[in-house]
Structures are given as structure tokens and as C-alpha cells.
Ligand binder design. Structure first.
Ligand SMILES: [Zn+2]
Length: 231
């Protein structure tokens, strides 16, 4: 957990997101405990990597003109090492397996929508955060998945170095390949700190990306989804 700053967007202390999904997710408490347990496992598995990363972060601090031995910075390299490992843990997870682990046969043929899934990712060009909301819709073709699995796979792709466009396509492909639905559509709305803190410094711009397959090639179906996520 990020103890330094409650408003920090490092993603280590996700504030309970205001979920307005059509989904019954686990309670935040349960998720918090499960998350903590997953972190401990993650750090235990990667002790050597943490030490090596910390060494390099200490070198980076020196290159930036800092003194890594001064009081406020003494634990920073190790903290950043753990933080980066947490923020990129998606490399160690398999989203196809997560989705496949909960497939149920069901004859429901209407749109299933999971909207307003909060995510925090990092742009691969500047290693700065981009974050926002993911909206997913699919039309089942006999197979449905446990609804909490959609936010789980969003999390796996977000916890890697990303560009928003590729993340959109990867989520779409993962659902298409695993569930083989009649169609899937993914919309991502995000703010990029690499635009807001540096570069063009556009403070309030939101980048929207979308990608879809099958039934969503019909404009009417896309419009229905867009209308439902705007509500
Ligand atoms: Zn960037």
C-alpha cells in the first residue's frame, strides 16, 4: 500500500472506486484482503529482483543529483522497486487462463455490459501513469464468463507497460478468443499524465479508444452500447 500520500495515483492504495457496473463484485473488504495476500506472494517470489531494481533506482537518484543516503530517501529505492513490480505484475499473469477458469454454458443472447471499470496503467513511452475507465460489452454465443473476471483481465493488461490503443485491442482479443462471443466491444476513456505533467500540458483532455468484433460491426449495436455506458 502507498502510505505516503492518499491522493497519490501510484495505484498502490486504490480508493474504493465508485463502481456503477451491472455486476455484483466481491465486497471491497474481501478484495482488499485478497489483494494484500497477492502482494505478499508477489514480493516473496521476487526478492532478488527487488534488490536489483533497488540498486538501480539508487543509481538513478544519484544521476538526478540526489543523495540516496539522506534520511527521506533511504528506503525509497526499495519502495520504488516494489511499487514498479506491483504496477507491472500483469507480466506474470495469464489473462486467457483467468477468463477460461470461469466459463459457463448459458443461452442468454443479449448484450452483457460491464462498465466503469477503474484502471491504472503506465505509458510505455514515459513510464508515467494513465488511468480512467474501461467499458466492456459482449454478446454471448452459449458461453458466458463470471462477471468479476472481466475487471480481473482489465487489471492484468493494465498492470503492464502500455499504450491505450493496444490495451483496448488486447482486452477485446482476449474475450473474443476465450469466450468466442457473437461480438465484443471495448471502450477506454483515460487521462495521461505524460500529457498533463509534461509535453503539451493539456490538463483536462480525455483520450477515448474503442475496438470491436462481430455483432458490433453494426452501427446500431455500437450505439446501443454507447447509450448504455453514458447513462
Ligand atoms: Zn507517455
Amino acid at each position: 500500500m502507498c502510505k505516503d500520500n492518499n491522493n497519490c495515483h501510484c495505484g498502490l492504495d486504490p480508493q474504493s472506486p465508485e463502481k456503477d457496473t451491472n455486476v455484483d463484485l466481491q465486497s471491497d473488504v474481501e478484495q482488499g484482503i485478497a489483494g494484500q495476500a497477492r502482494n505478499d506472494g508477489l514480493f516473496d517470489k521476487n526478492m532478488d529482483k527487488i534488490d536489483e531494481l533497488a540498486f538501480h533506482y539508487s543509481e538513478i537518484l544519484k544521476l538526478l543529483g540526489e543523495d540516496p543516503t539522506r534520511e527521506g530517501l533511504q528506503k525509497t529505492p526499495k519502495r520504488v522497486a516494489k511499487s514498479m513490480l506491483f504496477l507491472t505484475q500483469g507480466y506474470q499473469q495469464n489473462p486467457d487462463e483467468i477468463l477460461s477458469s470461469a466459463i459457463f454454458m448459458e443461452d442468454y443472447k443479449q448484450m452483457v455490459i460491464v462498465k466503469d471499470i477503474d484502471f491504472y496503467s503506465m505509458c510505455e513511452h514515459h513510464l508515467l501513469p494513465f488511468f480512467g475507465k474501461v467499458h466492456v460489452a459482449y454478446i454471448p454465443n452459449h458461453a458466458i464468463t463470471g462477471l468479476s473476471k472481466i475487471p480481473r483481465i482489465v487489471e492484468v493488461f493494465a498492470r503492464r507497460l502500455q499504450v491505450q490503443e493496444r490495451m483496448t485491442t488486447q482486452i477485446k482479443d482476449c474475450i473474443q478468443q476465450t469466450l468466442n462471443p457473437l461480438g465484443v466491444m471495448v471502450v477506454i476513456e483515460a487521462q495521461h499524465l505524460c500529457m498533463q505533467m509534461r509535453g503539451v500540458e493539456k490538463q483536462n483532455s480525455i483520450t477515448t479508444t474503442s475496438d470491436f468484433t462481430g455483432a458490433f460491426e453494426a452501427a446500431k449495436t455500437r450505439e446501443e452500447f454507447i447509450a448504455l455506458i453514458k447513462r
